[in-house]
Design a protein. Structure first.
Length: 330
């Protein structure tokens, strides 16, 4: 069976994400993805937001290209997987979308697979690109991100995708003027867990996904005692320090600073990689940075395959040079 959107119309439904009273960037990234697919498929875009105070996000979610914002009133603003599962299921039944986009986030992973399985939807996770060319296609990593696979959903009228954060630009909040509709759903009693409190983890002070300039260090720094030197350099530059996974595994850096497949996906204006080889799992988290600069002694290091500027050099010599230049400038 063909998806046939061009003839059949249909909507792309985005499920927005909020946390602690704030709209998360991934919501407006999903809007960008939805717009792209909707344009190619001749479909409309609806964005649903769920929460006790959902209406307050309607204006921001009304980005250009959004046709409708659906506000769903829930018993609490705090995410609860069973409430969201019931709400999203009901929205799919009432709105009959062809495609549902949610973030590939901790929250969504709590309900999206259950919704897809119970409703018999097409489903793919950790999607990095969604497209429509006569039929829906989702691009995602396979074999630990060593391959990129294109997944099709020919036998499904509706498909649910979890889309990786940082893969699409954040659509300009409030740049459109969509219709806003309150959707009444019976969500009372759906919750099976109770939100108690938010706790900030140590080292969670900095959100590397929001940094404009990341100075990222890898195993090439060789010694834990060297880490403060790079923190100091980052501070002087106005950069945020991040790292590859081995430094986190070794306890040299907090997990909140890890870039990559099992860490954070970042999209800074500048990503300066010092002593990072560029393993696929690392590239998965930073390859869409605007400008990537790599310093590595190994000219064959894969990081040079994605870098816009590179130096085959000893990172300590480069850092010595930068420190000297900063000293002279001050
Ligand atoms: C399921 C799974 C998930 C993973 N998730 C992640 C993830 O989220 N993030 C992540 O980063 N990794 C992740 N990994 C690990 C990943 O495969 C790599 O092992 C890791 O990224 C390597 O880190 P690195 O580049 O710092 O170290 P290495 O690969 O050891 O590279 C160190 C580099 O430093 C260079 N170097 C050494 N000395 C110097 C010097 N003096 N000057 C300049 N260059 C120097 C070397 O040439 C080398 O290229 C994951 C792996 C798996 C299996």
């Amino acid at each position: 069976m063909s998806n046939g959107w061009v003839d059949g119309g249909g909507a792309v439904l985005v499920i927005a994400e909020t946390r602690r009273g704030e709209l998360r960037d991934v919501s407006l990234e999903l809007v960008s993805a939805a717009r792209e697919v909707a344009q190619a498929a001749g479909a409309t875009v609806a964005v649903a937001v769920i929460g006790a105070d959902s209406a307050k996000f309607a204006q921001a979610l009304g980005a250009e290209g959004v046709d409708q914002v659906l506000t769903v009133s829930a018993p609490s603003d705090n995410f609860e997987a069973h409430v969201w599962q019931r709400a999203v299921t009901a929205l799919i039944e009432s709105e009959q979308p062809r495609l549902v986009l949610v973030g590939h986030t901790i929250d969504s992973l709590g309900f999206a697979p259950a919704v897809a399985a119970r409703q018999g939807l097409g489903f793919a996770t950790d999607v990095v690109k969604v497209s429509f060319d006569g039929g829906l296609r989702a691009r995602r990593g396979a074999y630990g991100d060593k391959l990129q696979a294109e997944v099709e959903f020919p036998d499904h009228d509706c498909t649910l995708l979890t889309v990786r954060a940082g893969m699409y630009p954040v659509a300009a909040a409030g740049s459109g003027s969509p219709a806003v509709r309150a959707v009444e759903l019976d969500l009372a009693g759906a919750a099976r867990t109770e939100h108690v409190e938010f706790r900030d983890v140590a080292g969670g002070d900095v959100d590397i996904t929001k940094a404009e300039f990341l100075l990222s260090i890898g195993r090439g720094v060789e010694d834990k005692d060297e880490v403060p030197r790079f923190q100091e350099l980052a501070d002087q530059f106005g950069a945020t320090l991040s790292s590859s996974r081995p430094l986190v595994d070794a306890g040299w850096m907090p997990s909140s600073r890890q870039v990559g497949q099992s860490g954070k996906t970042v999209k800074p204006r500048v990503y300066l990689a010092l002593g990072i080889s560029g393993a696929v799992q690392h590239l998965a988290g930073m390859r869409t940075a605007d400008t990537i600069i790599a310093v590595n002694t190994d000219p064959e290091a894969p990081i040079f395959g994605v870098a816009h500027f590179g130096a085959v050099a000893d990172l300590f010599e480069v850092v010595d040079g930068i420190e000297k230049a900063l000293e002279q400038a001050s």
